[in-house]
Design a protein around this ligand. Structure first.
Ligand code: WT7
Length: 635
């Protein structure tokens, strides 16, 4: 079966078929992958528990699909073109053959260090090829990877390691991002003080920052590779995995204080990431594809590692940031590697747009054929800039809506096939059945309507559980509306049946495309000894999409407010990481609360948005006067 849909009419046909005959449809898609053993049943499910099983009885190893199966005809095709943070440093190219060999080698390193099938391994690495190699090596031996983004603090890492009881950590001495040198190993050392389960740390050399190595616990990546070389076992047979065996856990924020470990399994996730990659981007052999995400997020898992590699694509992997050494860096990379498909986030587009046309001068972007956007709603101004300045009005933009819990793209145009509309994720991909529901859980039918976005039928990439706490998975996603997966997003469906995501309807913020729970930030702020109470909401931010606005009540011990403000920022950075730092902190003497003690966030959100004329009903407040004070002090 050719996975790619080639016309809008075909899309409509395939979509109908996928809804009427989901099992047949997905069985056909799955047949284009390499399995060790075929499935007995395509799908068994209920959303009540939930209990969702795809391709039961089948066995596979996802790395055979991402590596081995390309060796026969495409061994020399570049799998990864790595572009370093510093443009003066040489880029690296790894062919499928080379990537395969390096993955096997490192898989043997993992085995030599005691790792085995089912073990959880934490990966805290910069965006270097070894990150992709480490991820794939885990999958090769059936170990479960838990990648933690390099911007998270020691405390966040410790929480994640402990939640999944990881036995091994893979990190580097340090990592480069822009003009920063992030002391990754030092941060891991701090984290591990709190972690009993870890007995081995493998350290890659990247920044040559001096670090301490703990005897018996810490080993160098390079030394371990040498051992494997002298042992003379370059190959590593791929572990045979059940389709529903865990592939990875990835932590994401929700409306409660504690991030949850989203669990994806081997078979369904592979099929979904691969199918959506092939279709949405209409990837053609020979094309160069550049996804600017970090592998520490789901976009990097699905659309740098597993999706593209399963389809034999050529990936550009970039270590740095869009504005280093200057705001022309993405365009230099596009020109240098003749990028055909660029997949980035609205926050990056808005940030680069703010530099004007100067950074684009003299840059040859003529290789660009298709553009993608992900992570947050894209505003029309950014959409048009992307379309005109980067795509020369000649490259379809795919605005891809999906979530960590979905495994892959859910609602999105198919490049060159689906007519696009600025700001719209457009239509569901085959197999995806979105519904809009009102507060009572009643489905809102017809077009020209809006409501809460749910999905009423499973797809292969759907979350299976939250690590170590299945009840939490049920509660969060499957209990709000009966027999539906609830996304947490608000959405409208226009007269043409096109979907436009309007943003989260829960207490989750989207800051620069990163998901941040308000409760998590509040907990961090409250750790500061001067803080009595705090409330965090989002507000519209020109570049970041949303900014973090914190209302803070101080105790009597605080005298120097400026100093306290700095200390609070430091506390948040220490507890979560710099990505969660409030953009604004307003000190208040009270918070608007109902008589039952619940903070009325609706009011705080309005004030943060600067929309104070229209606060709605405040009569149920315990102390309405506090609202006046907060309004006056608003930033
Ligand atoms: C939330 C998921 C999965 C990609 C990276 C983010 C928002 C994501 C879009 C889009 C409007 C979007 C939603 C969603 N979101 N893509 N194209 N248009 N909003 O993954 O961290 O799991 O966040 O990002 O609010 O619920 P994530």
């Amino acid at each position: 079966m050719n996975l790619q849909i080639k016309s809008f009419d075909e899309y409509k046909r395939v979509y109908e078929y996928s809804v009427n005959e989901p099992e047949k449809f997905w069985a056909e898609v799955a047949s284009s992958f390499t399995w060790k053993k075929r499935w007995n049943s395509v799908l068994e499910w209920n959303f009540k528990e939930p209990n969702i099983k795809w391709f039961q009885g089948a066995t596979l190893n996802i790395t055979e699909n991402c590596l081995d199966r390309h060796l026969e005809n495409n061994a020399d095709t570049p799998a990864i073109i790595w572009e370093p943070n510093d443009p003066e440093e040489h880029h690296r190219v790894l062919s499928y053959r080379q990537l395969h060999d390096k993955v096997c080698q490192f898989a043997n390193v993992l085995k030599n260090n005691g790792a085995k099938k089912g073990d959880r391994i934490c990966i805290y690495l910069p965006m270097v090829p070894e990150l992709a190699i480490a991820v794939l090596a885990c999958a090769r031996i059936g170990a479960v990877h838990s990648v933690v983004f390099g911007g998270f603090s020691a405390q966040s890492i410790a929480d994640r390691i402990n939640d999944a009881a990881c036995s091994l950590v893979i990190t580097a001495d340090g990592g480069f991002r822009g003009n920063k040198n992030i002391p990754l190993k030092d941060i891991i050392d701090d984290a591990l003080v709190q972690c009993q389960s870890v007995d081995k740390v493998i350290v890659l050399t990247r920044s040559r920052t001096p670090i301490s190595m703990i005897k018996g616990r810490d080993v160098w990546w390079e030394d371990e590779i040498k051992k494997v070389e002298t042992q003379g076992n370059p190959d590593c047979p791929a572990e045979e995995m059940d389709a529903e065996d865990m592939l990875f856990v990835l932590y994401t924020s929700g409306s409660t204080g504690k991030p949850k470990g989203v669990v994806h399994t081997c078979g369904g996730y592979m099929v979904y990431a691969g199918y959506t990659f092939a279709n949405v981007f209409q990837y053609q052999p020979g094309e160069v594809y550049f996804c600017t995400a970090d592998i520490g997020w789901i976009t990097g898992h699905s659309y740098i590692v597993y999706g593209p590699l399963s389809q034999g694509a050529t990936n550009v992997m970039f270590e740095g940031i869009p504005t280093y050494p200057d705001a022309g860096r993405f365009w230099d990379i596009v020109e240098k590697h003749k990028v055909n498909i660029l997949y980035t986030a609205p926050t990056a587009i808005r940030s680069l747009m703010s530099f004007g046309d100067e950074p684009l001068k003299g840059k040859d972007l003529s290789s660009i054929k298709k553009l993608g956007s992900v992570g947050e709603p894209i505003n029309e101004e950014a959409w048009h800039w992307y379309d005109e300045k980067i795509g020369a009005k000649n490259a379809p933009i795919v605005d891809t809506w999906w979530q960590t819990e979905n495994g892959g793209i859910m609602i999105s145009p198919i490049a060159g096939v689906t007519p696009t509309k600025p700001g719209y994720a457009t239509l569901p991909l085959p197999g995806i059945q979105p519904v809009l529901v009102d507060e009572n859980g009643k489905e809102i039918e017809g077009n020209g309507v809006s409501g809460n976005l749910c999905i009423k039928f499973p797809w292969p990439g759907i979350i299976r559980t939250t690590y170590g706490d299945h009840e939490r998975c049920r509660q969060t996603y499957f209990s709000t509306y009966e027999n539906m997966y609830f996304t947490g997003d608000g959405c409208l469906r226009d007269e043409d049946g096109y979907y436009r995501i309007t943003g989260r309807v829960d207490d989750v913020l989207n800051v620069s495309g990163h998901r941040i729970g308000t409760a998590e930030v509040e907990n961090a702020i409250n750790m500061h000894s001067d803080v009595v109470e705090s409330a965090v909401v989002g507000y519209p931010h020109e570049i970041k999409g949303q900014g973090v606005y914190a209302y803070v009540i101080l105790g009597t011990s605080s005298h120097d407010k400026e100093l306290t403000r700095k200390n609070i920022l430091q506390t948040v950075t220490r507890i979560i990481g710099a990505i969660a730092k409030p953009d604004k902190i307003q000190f208040v003497t009270g918070l608007p609360k109902t008589r039952s003690g619940k903070i009325m966030r609706r009011i705080l959100r309005k004030i943060a948005e600067g929309d104070t004329a229209n606060l709605g009903d405040t009569s149920t407040l315990l102390d309405p006067a506090v609202v006046e004070e907060i309004k006056e002090g608003a930033l």
